[in-house]
Every structure is written in structure tokens, then in C-alpha cells.
Design a protein around this ligand. Sequence first.
Ligand code: ZN
Length: 470
Amino acid sequence: MKFISYGAAQQVTGSMHLLELDNGFRVLVDCGLDYETKKKSLTDSNRFFDFDIKSIDVVILTHAHIDHSGNLPNLIKQGYEGQILCTTPTYDFCTHLLMDSVNVQMSELNKNNTKGKRRKPKATQASDLLYTQKDVMETLRRMVTFNFEKEVELAENIHFTFIPAGHILGAASVVFNVVENGKETRFGFTGDLGRNDANLVVNPMVMERLDYLVCESTYGGKLHHDTQSPEDILMEHIQATCIDKRGRLIIPAFSVGRTQAIIYSLHKLYKQGRFNHINVYVDSPLAIESTSIYTKYHEYLNDDAREFLRQNGSLFDFPLLFEVENMRDSEAIINNYEPCIIVSAAGMVEGGRIVEHVYNNLQNPQSAILIAGYCAEGTLGWKLKQPDASVTIHGKQIPKYCTIASTDIFSSHPGHQMLVDYVKRYDATTLKKIFLVHGEQNSLEAFQVALLKEGYPVEITVKEKVYALK
Ligand SMILES: [Zn+2]
């Protein structure tokens, strides 16, 4: 058996890993968009695959986030003929996320086509895009869904099982049971893990009796610092901004996972009577669609969320919550200066409606921006957190007069210590190797050092290196 990583090796995005059996059977785990290999555009960085597409027998998708799923329609467009296996919530999220990905590509291309040119921009051609809506439709048609903890036969000598990973609704770790030359080998991929006791989702479960583990490392070396509950942290910001200063609290958040965790906490605060008369706006169509999927698949939620749903009849709906569907309503809340809370995407403030809210509130000392998640270096979210007195938005230098704060409490990944504790649930004497993926170099190294100290055989995965497993 061989393991080869084609993406998210020594970086975070573009998850794409291959498991090849001795008889040539090939499984691709995830097929995500790479945002870090900087070529001219996202399309250029992701157009080509470094393996023979037609040789892939089956694709397994761990979860819907676009850095894990976003290149599937391109794989199909270029000739992949098989199925894509995933959990049911993952399928539902993909129906929205993959269509949204086409729109994001179109707007990026339109932006590049008009940049610095006076003449009429050239029209965006279907061939300029990585894939079209038609390719997305075909991708969705190929998806087949499976439940957690049910072993499924892929071929005579290989079975797989989805194991709950936390992270976002329906996110899975996947364990393969392979029999070669009469010998059984168990190979596990964590996918993206969640943190323990997260809002809404279950704690990550370990995979039993593993020989090999491919483990995510996003927060290697980075501790989550928050010790208070998510509700207490949110309430401090609501008090300081919306109540004491009668200002606006702007929260950039990813559409799938982060937004729902925040709205759930706000609903709890409302039920506890801790704030009233302050409207909450969810200004992201993708987040609104994703929110309904959390309610639809409530059996996948953790005990706390299911009990809350049973008692209140809804996870997210409360009288102060408003979903902002169209751009006209989004502009209307920009021009309304009542104290309020605005939760909007994208999480790293790179595009999306959140940019306008940041632009319009940055110079207002009564407003606050609460960064609620990981922001890659160079993104506007990251620039907001830096000590510089101003940032550039829409080509203008804007001074930072509002409060800018951040919290890790809504992060959908485990921090360093939680990652180490997760791995410690595996037996160091029987695990033959841990391959680290999905992390920046300093995170991978810090995580590797911590695991070596615990006696685990651990290696930082190198892109396209062939690991022959005995
Ligand atoms: Zn993810």
C-alpha cells in the first residue's frame, strides 16, 4: 500500500490525499481548493492535477469546507468517472458551497478583467472558470451518502468507515481497513477535527486499532486562550459596544460552522434575558442556507444542542434575529445607525458583504469588530488585527478608530493541547506512523516536537512524496 499527499502538505488548504493498494486500487481522500500556492489567480493554482485522474477508483469526502471539496467539479470535468462518498449533511452543504464557489470565481475573474483597464472588460468565458454550474450539478449527482460508524465495502480487500470528527455538522474522520497478503492494515485520516465541548457539534471520536494516522495540524503550537464560556465572551463585547456605547458590533464569520455557533450563543443569551432590544443581522446568504441544514440534521448535533432544540423549538430563531437575504437589505443596515450586531462572511474579511460593514464602521469609535477565527497572513482580517493605525480598503487608507478585538472561542479546530490530547488516545506502541498535514510549517513543527516527546513516530508529510507502507 502507498500513501501520497497532493495537497495540504506543508500548508493548510487544498486537501487531497491518495491511498493506493498493491493491486492498483486508488482512493482519493478530499479534493479541495488550494488558496496558498500563489499563481496569477485561484483558477490557475487549481486547474491541473498531479496524478492520472482516470486511475482514481473512488473519492471519499471528509467534509464540505471548500478547501476539502472545492476542486471536485474540476476533477469530474477533467474525466473522473466514479462516485464521491460522504455523509448526508456534507452533501447538503456542498449543494450550496460548490455553487457559491462558481460565483466567487466569476467575480474574481470579472475583477481581474477590469483591473487597470479603461476599455470595455472582456466577458467572462466558461473556459476561464475552473468549472461551471453544470459541472457542479454533475458532481452532486455522483455523491453517495453514508452514515457514521457503518463499515462499507469499497472493493474485496478494502472497507471504510466514517467516524464523527466534530468540526462542522457531518464532518468525518475516515478509517480504511485493507487486507493485503493475508494481513490487515488500518489507515485513518482525521479530516479536520473539532474542539471538545464546541457549540452544536459532537466531540471528535478516535478511530479504533490504527496502524497509520494522517492528522490535521492547523493549530499546532497555538493554544486557544479563552477560558470563559462563548456566551460570557460575546456578552462582554455586546455590553461594551452595543449597550455602553450604543455602537455596532461587527463579527466576521465563516458561513458554515462559525456563524451557526455564534448565532446559537446569541440565542442562549437572549433566552437567559441577558440582552434585549439589540437586533442581530445575519448578512450572508450562504450562512442562512447552511443554518437550515443544522436544523434539518439535528440528530447529528451534540446533546446540549439537541436538548436546547427540544426545549425551545428552534436552535437559531429568536425575535431579535434578522436574516439579510438581498443586497438592498444589506445596504439598508449599513445606513441604519442603531446599535446592533452584524454577523457576516467571509471570515477572513477577504471579499463578501463583511468588507462593506468593516469599511463603514472602521472610523467609528463607537463600533467594534470582533475577529472570531483564524485569519491567514495577508488577509484583511489579519491586517485588522495588526497594530498599524490604518488599513487599505477599496484603494483607500482607512484609519482604525473603532475597537478591534479577537477570540478563539468559536474556532472549529482544536488548539495545540487539545490536538496532542486527541493523539494521546492512540496507542504509541502499535501506531507505526503519524503523517502530519494541514498546517503551516511552524505549526507542523511544534506539533511534531510535542508528539515525539510523547513517543509517537511522526513525520511531516512532503507533497507528492510516495510513502510505501509495509
Ligand atoms: Zn474544515
